[in-house]
Design a protein around this ligand. Structure first.
Ligand code: GLC
Length: 550
């Protein structure tokens, strides 16, 4: 591929959750050849790169984020030749590829862990954290893991506990051990050699742990989130990425925007960061909705603070979130377009998650066997153990589950939504695939899919969207997003109603609309008479001017 410095600046990525994307051999699971088959679709969408979720060997307790061999391709996903072909064919089509690196933990089936379990004489013993029982057999401390339950699991044979921030199938690697860091550097080199264009660093803020005595009563996750000393590891990682012009995006739960700015602009650990701050739920358990005012305040804060480097990693959905139009909206195509405008209009590197571009919605769980992720299963059982009735437990565990984004991609209206021809699918397909699918949207000019294509093209073609700084034009409304992207030459304004009701609104300053050209396809009227604007439910107005907006 052509060498373009900082190719990711303002690029659009497409996240592929391999397992649920496209099954080329009809065994019920998505695979690498399935992605190859869909390259024309990805190209047509117009994105610059794909982010591929884990495809390594894995017992698959956590969607492949429990890796049992970092230098392999899991047999369900295909072969190393398939991977090489995928990289080559994406590159031929001018699409770059970044892959997930899960460096905080391995699978409990990884050879290192199996060896480690043999005891102190093993070279691998110190690759993980082992501790003796305390207080007559109990775990070393009371810390809770992200997926529920203790961070410690007892190994009967070794008579010791091992540490895991996530599930018991994902023992944490001991980054204090230089041998572990050496292995990590080898893994990075191996995949760089294969021609990948970057990495998404999974769980990047959790690599360092506090001493086991740390009191977590003030901050439940503080014992293994952004712990002092983490920077030393990130310094080492930065050196390992080397000078390959790689795009590195870190998943950085638990850090604030000032820390993120420091990490990206001063330390240059990452080119972008995924924060988890803007996807925030409110409401009673089982009926939660996304908090639109928090979405706005958080996005605005990150955009403003990262304006110099334009390094915000923007997303509304990924494999860990529910579907955005279900939690922030009313699941209508117009709502999907409003959210799309926000996503693609902001500055930074933005990510569209598979299915988001056709308006895929949350799944309606009717039985507990449909909960397939570890954390939602744990949540469900823990509710039952507290005597919550089954239907209520299902409602609560299912409402905000990450299972929603892992249903199969809806390609057409054939069996399993065209994802696979198998009759025994181990994954879920949303029953609305008959009406929401790629095939029906491709030819429909007014579809969500074609609106995404329009926005992505706009982002590529408009210099202002390439270089333009983010300016928030509305500081008060809880319903409206009103912002512009501005350069010395001009501005593009985005006015978006994120509510399913009409909003009457007065911008805090005057706009001279005669100077503006309307570029949103469905805008018939722009009436700023008396500065008071009435905006329809989920209405989108995009305006362009050659004059700086002041
Ligand atoms: C990250 C991944 C998530 C996974 C976790 C543990 O947060 O996004 O899917 O479960 O790491 O690897």
């Amino acid at each position: 591929m052509e060498r373009v410095e900082k190719w990711w600046r303002n690029a659009v990525g497409y996240q592929i959750n391999l397992k649920s994307f496209f099954d080329s051999n009809n065994d019920g699971k998505g695979d690498l050849k399935g992605v190859i088959d869909k390259i024309p679709y990805i190209k047509n969408l117009g994105v610059d790169f794909v982010w591929l979720s884990p495809f390594y060997s894995s017992p698959d307790y956590d969607n492949g984020y429990d890796v049992s061999d970092f230098l392999s391709v899991g047999s369900d996903f295909g072969s190393m030749d398939d991977f090489n072909n995928l990289v080559e064919m994406l590159h031929e089509n001018n699409i770059r590829i970044i892959i997930d690196l899960v460096l905080n933990h391995t699978s409990s089936q990884h050879e290192w862990f199996k060896e480690s379990k043999k005891g102190e004489e093993s070279k691998y013993y110190d690759y993980y954290f082992w501790e003796n029982p305390k207080n007559g057999g109990g775990p070393p401390n009371n810390w809770e893991s992200f997926f529920g339950g203790s961070v410690w699991t007892f190994d009967e044979k070794l008579e010791k506990y091992y540490f895991h921030s996530f599930s018991k199938y994902q023992p944490d690697l001991n980054w204090n051990n230089e041998a572990v860091r050496h292995e990590i550097r080898n893994i990075i080199d191996w995949w760089v050699e294969k021609g990948v264009d970057g990495f998404r660093i999974d769980a990047a803020t959790h690599l360092k742990k506090e001493d086991w005595e740390y009191d977590n009563s003030e901050n439940k996750w503080g014992a293994f989130t952004n712990v002092p000393g983490l920077n030393n590891y990130l310094d080492e990682l930065k050196i390992a990425y080397g000078k390959h012009n790689l795009y590195i995006v870190g998943e950085a739960g638990g850090i604030n925007v000032n820390e993120a700015k420091y990490w990206m602009e001063e330390k240059e650990y990452f080119n972008s960061i995924f924060d988890l701050d803007h996807i925030y739920k409110i409401g009673i358990p089982g009926f939660e909705k996304g908090d639109i005012s928090r979405l706005k305040s958080s996005l605005v804060e990150w955009q403003e603070k990262l304006n110099d480097s334009m390094s915000h990693g923007i997303y509304l959905e990924n494999h860990d979130t529910p579907r955005s139009i279900s939690i922030f909206g009313d699941e209508t195509p117009q709502c999907a377009k409003a959210l799309a405008t926000l996503l693609i209009g902001l500055s930074g590197t933005c990510f569209v998650y598979q299915g988001e571009e056709i308006g895929m919605t949350n799944y309606n769980f009717t039985k507990n066997s449909e909960l397939l992720t570890e954390d939602s299963k744990n949540k469900y059982s823990s509710l039952l153990s507290r005597n919550i009735p089954e239907p209520v437990a299902l409602k609560i565990a299912g409402r905000w589950a990450r299972d929603h984004s892992r249903t199969t991609m809806q390609w057409d209206n054939s069996i399993n939504g065209g994802f696979s021809k198998t009759h025994c699918l181990p994954l879920l397909t949303n029953s609305n695939y008959q009406s929401i699918n790629v095939t029906s949207q491709i030819t429909d000019k007014s579809s969500i899919l074609n609106y995404y294509r329009f926005l992505i093209q706009l982002r590529h073609e408009e210099e202002i969207l390439h270089e333009g700084k983010f300016v928030n034009l509305d500081k008060y409304s809880q319903d409206i997003f009103f912002f512009s992207r501005e350069t010395e030459e001009g501005a593009i304004l985005f006015l978006i109603n994120l509510r399913n009701f009409e909003v009457s609104y007065t911008p805090f300053k005057e706009f001279f609309l005669s100077k503006y050209e309307v570029i949103s396809p469905d805008t018939n009227k722009v009436d700023f008479t008396n500065r008071r604007i009435t905006i329809d439910p989920y209405e989108i107005i995009i305006l362009k001017t050659n004059f700086k907006n002041d």
